[in-house]
Write a protein that binds this ligand. Sequence first.
Ligand SMILES: Nc1ncnc2c1ncn2[C@@H]1O[C@H](COP(=O)(O)OP(=O)(O)OP(=O)(O)O)[C@@H](O)[C@H]1O
Length: 244
Amino acid sequence: MALQGLVVGRGAVAVAGPFDLAVASGEALVVTGPNGAGKSTLLRTLAGLLPPISGGVRLEGLTAADGEAAARLADASHYVGHRHGMKAALGVGENLAFWAGYLGAGPLRTGEAAEGAGPLAPAEALAAVGLPGLSDIPFAYLSAGQQRRASLARLLVARRPVWILDEPTSALDLASQALFAGLVAGHLARGGIAIAATHHPLGLEAAQTLHITPPAGRDDGPGSNGPVAPAIDDAALAEAEGWL
Ligand SMILES: Nc1ncnc2c1ncn2[C@@H]1O[C@H](COP(=O)(O)OP(=O)(O)OP(=O)(O)O)[C@@H](O)[C@H]1O
């Protein structure tokens, strides 16, 4: 897949780009940059949650959950953002079962799970992220690190070729970070792609790095003397982000 002149932003305001780069099957792209640089904005755009300001993404050979060639990256990708996307009152296994159905995992096919290529059942996915036996516990009862790991188990209950990950290892201890790095490495070894924004090294030796530098003078916080960004029209933003 390739980003082609991709400019990302909020509402009509460009935040970062243009980006021109290719990510091959089996490759990781690590997106770095200071707070506010536009990492999340880029990832949300790739996941189809924000429209690009200009440019786009060229897809090559990516398959959607229905087995057809993906028309949009969102159809061939997992997105795990800052929020966990899990219902607090539901059991962890129930949450994962919801995601499997929603993402179109299809039935677990015998043999595939053993090879690591097919979707895992919720209990197996939890074991793979180091949380065996927690299927029936309400998500709200888990610790912060356990919640993050349970949220990442989504990646395993439905197989998608591209993983879009925003700070995936936040709240993870060192052992869990290493466990997750192993899961990403396995995904890449099977020809997957991982695109991750992070402030921490993910242990991905062969990763391509995209460092986003905010334009000089952008007003990124209290005390800044830079020019103030144009006001964003709330209605336009709501429409663009699909709140309406
Ligand atoms: N909903 C929004 N409306 C308007 N501006 C926004 C919105 N969300 C983010 N921004 C602005 O877009 C810019 C990029 O934010 P973004 O969240 O993409 O940064 P980031 O690189 O992911 O930062 P961090 O490392 O803190 O997570 C920031 O200046 C931010 O204030």
